[in-house]
Ligand binder design. Structure first.
Ligand code: PEP
Length: 250
């Protein structure tokens, strides 16, 4: 039985004066039961969020990581730094990073290996663009991204990996994949995992859906057999909406 995970990707939003109170409101609303809950703020906001959720079931994650442990890499943040700041998870290969910052399947793989080495849980994002879907290439694109990201990852480590299926055409657009469309791709990912790692591992890996998830569509999406939670952007910045998504996962 996979415990659901609802992760908020705050992207490049909020100041510490706003982030701390929002995190606290969410943590107070979540209580101690229900799905796992994660907040992923910008690097500078991690301490404020960590302090606000201290002692609650809400965990803190980062939105990116670099693979080198230290050195002359201006602007980058290492795995050890994320652990030191209080992170348990890190989002890797979000489509916005692939689109605007040149991330590739190879860099996603390197970052995933780096996170696993220090026990940070990687949330690996994959997803097709609208053109790719319309050309009937969704399955091939997802296969390529998954196999690229997971090259060299052994079965034991795979149990600690989370995958997020985020169709690019649904991110921040208000256009959501239908539950059936999302389930089809989630099932495809689980079958891929089964072929590579075996049934036991495949059945334990959590596969999140991301792309305009909100209170109004969360229950239908989260009710699908292979959808194990959500990676939520815009709606995670609104306490009421995010709480409703968490409640839908209960
Ligand atoms: C995301 O950023 O991962 C995301 C899914 O965004 P949104 O929910 O706003 O579409």
């Amino acid at each position: 039985m996979r415990t659901k995970l609802i992760a908020g990707n705050w992207k490049m939003n909020l100041t510490s004066g706003e982030a701390g109170p929002l995190a606290k409101t969410i943590a107070d609303a979540v209580g101690s039961d229900g799905p796992d809950v994660l907040l992923c703020p910008s690097f500078t906001l991690i301490p404020a969020v960590r302090d606000a959720v201290d002692g609650t079931k809400v965990q803190v994650g980062a939105q990116n990581i670099f693979w080198e442990p230290k050195g002359a890499y201006t602007g980058e943040v290492s795995a050890e730094m994320l652990i030191d700041a209080g992170c348990s998870h890190v989002i890797i290969g979000h489509s916005e990073r692939r689109q605007y910052f040149g991330e590739t399947d190879a860099s996603v793989q390197r970052k995933t290996m780096t996170a696993l080495k220090v026990d940070l849980i990687p949330i690996i994002c994959v997803g097709e663009t609208l053109d790719e879907r319309e050309e009937g290439r969704t399955e091939a694109i997802i296969d390529k991204q998954i196999s690229g990201a997971l090259t060299g990852i052994e079965a034991d480590d795979m149990l600690r990996v989370v995958i997020a299926y985020e169709p690019v055409w649904a991110i921040g657009t208000g256009r959501t994949a239908t539950p059936d469309t999302a389930q089809e791709v989630h099932k495809q990912i689980r079958t891929w995992l089964k072929n590579k790692y075996g049934k036991d591992v495949a059945e334990q890996v959590r596969i999140l859906y991301g792309g305009s998830m909100k209170a109004a569509n969360a229950a239908d999406l989260l009710g699908q057999p292979d959808i194990d939670g959500g990676l939520v952007g815009g709606a995670s910045l609104k306490a009421d909406e995010f709480k409703a998504i968490i409640d839908a996962a209960r």
